[in-house]
Design a protein around this ligand. Structure first.
Ligand code: SF4
Ligand code: SF4
Length: 68
């Protein structure tokens, strides 16, 4: 199974990874924010990840690492 890890302290909550993911793995958290005050990306459906890396390629802040 593929999975991703997100460096939540670097995340700015822009949502680009949410839009990029074809499997709807990621959502922006409604209640978890980082030290900078951004609501962060959260991989809520990790079991659906296919390791395509679209999310990592899209993230402008290079927060996402994909493990295949
Ligand atoms: S690697 Fe692909 S399927 Fe997995 S979370 Fe990223 S965009 Fe979604
Ligand atoms: S694209 Fe990067 S900065 Fe934007 S919400 Fe996703 S992980 Fe956070």
């Amino acid at each position: 199974m593929s999975s991703i890890s997100i460096d939540k302290e670097k995340c700015k909550g822009c949502g680009l990874c949410v839009k990029a993911c074809p499997k709807k793995v990621i959502e922006i958290s409604a209640d978890e924010s980082n030290k900078s005050g951004y609501f962060v990306a959260d991989p809520v459906r990790m079991q659906d990840c296919i390791g395509c890396t679209f999310c990592a390629l899209m993230c402008p802040d290079v927060c996402i690492t994909v493990e295949k």
